[in-house]
Design a protein around this ligand. Structure first.
Ligand SMILES: [Zn+2]
Length: 317
């Protein structure tokens, strides 16, 4: 935990840090534990609260060492997306398509308009930068066209759930593209908090957070996209991004590659077009049998066993 503590020590000197966060570090000592668990004897708990958006995280790196139940992973050699032309329905706009991806209507909706961007490659491991960039470009096309199709659309979201642990039911890589005629409460609450921040401090919350993390080398900007390590991730290895994703897609791809090369196997990616804001969260090893979300997470307190400072090294060094 030394790395994160060092980072927090440096950050505490910054006014913006104290505006955004409150932290507390406490150590707990387990006496009389069997010898085989001796590495759990001393544990450090780092409590981080993000005050502007209202997020709570408890870091305890020793939780990573807990033995985990494992399972065999079911493979999907064939699925409806392999033959999207005949096995998936078209959406309101008809079939949009380019060299690496095509749209389809999602079978079971989570929004007024809910479609898929299906990669033409079946295997996630075969995806190259161009596949990603052109699939994102097709998404952008869909978002523009659907807005012209229905002028009442107020909220647009792009998500990528990769692998079963992230919530995906089909392994074949695909984005989900959502358009709402309303503003979901979570989105309007977020907007309100950001507007209040701008009003109170005269600066943009995401810019301030990014600049703060850049001071401790946990942030980078490339192609107009700002990416920084989150101090209150939704789960392990979380980062935020801010900017036009469609312009800065190459930077996001490069960042994803660094994570995949260092062991990330399943993840959620979320991008809210209206705010140019998104986040990434690693959902753990694919053969883990138990969920990474327990009761505290359902309640909204995140329990994290990975060090954001280590993540910074993976992403930015
Ligand atoms: Zn497939």
């Amino acid at each position: 935990m030394a790395e994160l503590e060092k980072i927090l020590e440096n950050l505490k000197k910054e006014n913006v840090f104290n505006r955004l966060f409150e932290i507390e570090i406490r150590e707990t000592v387990l006496d009389n534990i069997p010898e085989k668990y001796s590495e759990f004897k001393k544990q450090k708990l780092i409590f981080i609260n993000e005050k502007i958006l209202g997020r709570s995280v408890i870091f305890n790196l020793s939780r990573k060492k807990r033995p985990q139940p494992l399972q065999e992973i079911q493979k999907q050699e064939k699925d409806p997306f392999c033959n999207y032309q005949t096995e998936t329905p078209v959406d309101e706009l008809g079939r949009l398509e380019n060299e690496t991806s095509a749209t389809a209507s999602n079978l079971s909706k989570m929004a007024d308009y809910h479609s898929l961007i299906i990669f033409k490659k079946h295997n996630f491991d075969d995806l190259k930068e161009n596949d990603f960039l052109s699939a994102l470009s097709l998404s952008q096309d869909w978002f523009e066209k659907i807005k012209n199709y229905d002028e009442k659309i107020k909220t647009q979201i792009l998500i990528w759930n990769h692998h079963f642990r992230s919530g995906a039911s089909i392994l074949h890589p695909h984005f989900q593209i959502l358009a709402y005629k309303n503003v979901p409460l979570k989105v309007s609450e977020l907007k309100e908090k950001l507007e209040n921040y701008q009003k109170n401090f005269g600066t943009n919350y995401f810019d301030d957070y990014f600049n703060l993390m850049r001071k401790v080398d946990l942030a980078r900007e490339k192609y107009g996209l700002k990416i920084w390590v989150s101090l209150t991730p939704e789960k392990e290895k979380g980062f935020n991004f801010y900017g036009d994703l469609f312009k800065g897609a190459k930077f996001l791809w490069e960042t994803l590659q660094k994570l995949i090369q260092t062991g990330t196997q399943s993840f959620n990616l979320f991008y809210l077009l209206d705010l140019n804001y998104g986040f990434f969260v690693d959902r753990g090893e694919i053969n883990k049998l138990n969920s990474d979300f327990g009761a505290l997470e359902v309640f909204g307190i995140k329990i994290i066993s990975s060090d954001p400072a280590e993540l910074g090294k993976i992403l930015f060094q």
